[in-house]
Design a protein around this ligand. Structure first.
Ligand SMILES: [Zn+2]
Ligand SMILES: [Zn+2]
Length: 436
């Protein structure tokens, strides 16, 4: 039995929300479009402390004298802490930030959404771009192992794939926001988070009257009105599942800013338990099949190129930002060794962008240092030679998906999806694709 139980937790807003970064205070007033893992973790921790038999220690729970019976210390004091993921908004089930490899029509952006507007679909270019570079660049990393037929030779091609909208031929752009995954496992429209702008008048505290020039604008999310909820993956050590379950299923919390104005009330519910579907084995097989389909495009043009790639390709797609450090320096791209992968595994392509994270430790009421992270949606593509033991590889991929990668995983950083169906279902070069 795995040491962890994985939950897909729904966070349903019951009042408008104002989300920020990890802080609950701050001077900027625009709202975020995700709930960082630290926010749900903080809300759960607060409620656990409230159930301690020693409530007078709530503000300084390090001094709780009853650690053996204290629910807070049972959950957070052990060798393994629960891993609270970042929550993303969607209207029809678990939502994910778009991968950096996602593209959509620049003119008619987005998935088909039944909203009376024209959408030309969302596409993914991970496998198409990878094979294009592998075939056309004799110096591509690991080319001699991945494409021994050509070695260091140039291919003979009559045509190359186009990165244009398949419906209108127009240019592509990066989609913004999130996509949803329905019960059938197929990616589709997650909706657009409704944001309302509110203008406030600043009050001069000394005189108690409205102050000229102190108008400020706040952005408020009104998710409940449009049937929106936020979705996060939470991994809980098996030993703490019974204790933590009531805090993840049916509990009510207040998150984000504006508590005094009645903002931020949410209700949490467990939407799914156990591994995500389709299971890892199926996703890995689908990914190899898609890779074969992309390769066919080149094999049909240059008879030297075979259909099969020796070994196994797999991708890790960041569902949340990831923090990697080596020798005290931040990295955007982890090495296979940092992830505990077998030494033969090679990173062959990465799509990564920087983001600054951190800022405020709500529990301690202290600033937390900001750090450089790889932005959510980053994609890393690895190649596993045939010599690597299959079951050892599967154990490894399972661990990465459940426990995440990089630092600060208890606060939700580094959550990954192995061979995300998005890269297969929405592949730009595919003839069959989902248009939902
Ligand atoms: Zn206690
Ligand atoms: Zn188009």
């Amino acid at each position: 039995m795995s040491a962890w139980q994985v939950f897909e937790v729904q966070i349903l807003p019951t009042s408008p929300l104002q989300l920020g970064d990890e802080s609950t205070v701050g001077s900027f007033q625009s709202t975020g479009d995700r709930i960082p893992g630290a926010v749900l973790r903080g809300a759960v921790a607060e409620h656990l402390m409230a159930h301690c038999s020693q409530p007078e220690y709530v503000t300084d729970h390090h001094r709780c004298p009853d650690r053996a019976d204290c629910p807070f210390w049972q959950v957070f004091g052990g060798e393994r802490e629960p891993l609270f993921g970042f929550a993303y908004p969607g209207r029809r089930g678990p939502a994910y930030p778009f991968p950096l490899t996602a593209r959509t029509c620049k003119l008619y952006a987005g998935y088909e959404a039944n909203d009376g507007r024209v959408h030309h679909g969302v596409y993914d270019l991970l496998l198409d771009r990878f094979f294009y570079e592998l075939v056309t660049d004799p110096r591509f990393p690991a080319r001699e192992a991945l494409l021994p037929e050509l070695g260091r030779d140039w291919p003979r091609l009559q045509r190359v794939p186009e990165e244009r909208c398949p419906l209108c031929g127009g240019p592509l752009a990066r989609p913004v926001g999130t996509y949803a995954v329905g019960a059938d496992g197929v990616p589709g429209d997650a909706g657009t988070l409704p944001v309302r702008r509110v203008v406030h008048v600043g009050i001069n505290r000394a005189r108690g009257v409205a102050e000229d020039g102190l108008l400020f604008v706040q952005e408020i999310i009104e998710p409940a009105r449009e049937g929106f909820a936020f979705y996060a993956r939470v991994a809980v050590p098996q030993t703490e599942v019974d204790l933590l379950r009531p805090y993840l299923d049916g509990a009510r919390y207040v998150v984000g800013r504006g508590r005094s104005r009645g903002l931020g009330a949410v209700e949490v519910a467990i939407r799914r338990e156990g591994a995500s579907s389709p299971d890892l084995q199926t996703r890995l097989a689908d990914f190899q099949r898609a890779a074969r389909a992309v390769r066919r495009f080149y094999a049909e043009q240059d008879p030297r190129i075979g259909l099969d790639t020796a070994g196994t390709l797999f991708s890790l797609t960041l569902r949340s930002p990831a923090i990697f450090e080596r020798y005290g320096r931040p990295l955007l791209v982890p090495t296979p060794a940092m992830l505990g992968l077998p030494p033969e595994v090679r990173l062959v392509r990465a799509w990564a962008r920087p983001e600054t994270v951190g800022g405020w430790n709500a529990a301690a009421g202290l600033p937390r240092r900001t750090r450089l992270a790889a932005r959510a949606g980053g994609v890393y593509l690895f190649w596993v030679p045939p010599s690597v033991d299959r079951s050892a590889l599967m154990d490894c991929l399972n661990r990465l998906e459940v426990e995440g990668i990089g630092r600060e995983r208890a606060r939700g950083y580094g959550q990954v999806t192995v061979c995300a169906p998005f890269h297969v279902h929405n592949r730009l070069g595919a003839t069959e694709r989902s248009q939902r």
